[in-house]
Write a protein that binds this ligand. Sequence first.
Ligand code: GLP
Length: 241
Amino acid sequence: MNLVKTKDYDTMSEEACKLLAQRLHTLTDPVLGLATGSTPEGMYQCLINQYNQQQISFKNVTTFNLDEYIGLAADDPNSYQYFMNENLFKHIDIQKNKTHLPNGVATDLKKECTDYEQKITDVGGIDLQVLGLGTNGHIAFNEPGTDFDGRTDIVDLAQATLDANARFFDSIEDVPTQALTMGIQSIMEAKEIILLVSGEHKAEALAEVINGDVTEAFPASILQKHNNVTVIADEAALAKV
Ligand code: GLP
């Protein structure tokens, strides 16, 4: 694992943005795996700024997001589709038909999962996957105990995740209890991965990612087995490493 240590959230976001921008310059038809959550927001803002300064273009970029809540449609402010539109897509020159998220209101959710995997295969796989980290070690919505060989699927969310994500909803009862998520195996097939981690509330989890045992009880620990992972984390998140 490569480790990039930054002073704070803003510099973490800038480092991640710089790395992504470099890949956009070198890859001909970049395929990016994208994440939601609070962590990548600053990186997205930095990418929008770079686009506005005409330093990067997303014209040839294809994206696949990690996950989506079941039952939330694209126009629901808490859906990840809405998050991506607001935080990135509507501000840049990406072609809408090249952006992908699992559809959490598909009539056949199982088929949605296999179709999603197929779409990733059809474009030759993901060049660069961006990941955040759940405090319980989840990546995407792969909760503790998830099989390492899992692919895109329907999952139940852990109580810790419902609690952590309740801040975005009016009440905890409104947080969907299920999601569609890319599996650990789908994520591990990305050619390159960057893991973004910020804040002292992630310090224990990050120490586990870097120094802990590789175990399905702590999903992000699998990243130790990938041959091209860069962890970009701020000092607060690295406090226990
Ligand atoms: C969420 C998402 C993950 C995200 C993680 C951390 O539940 N499904 O993709 O990386 O939890 O979120 P945050 O960045 O808000 O701490």
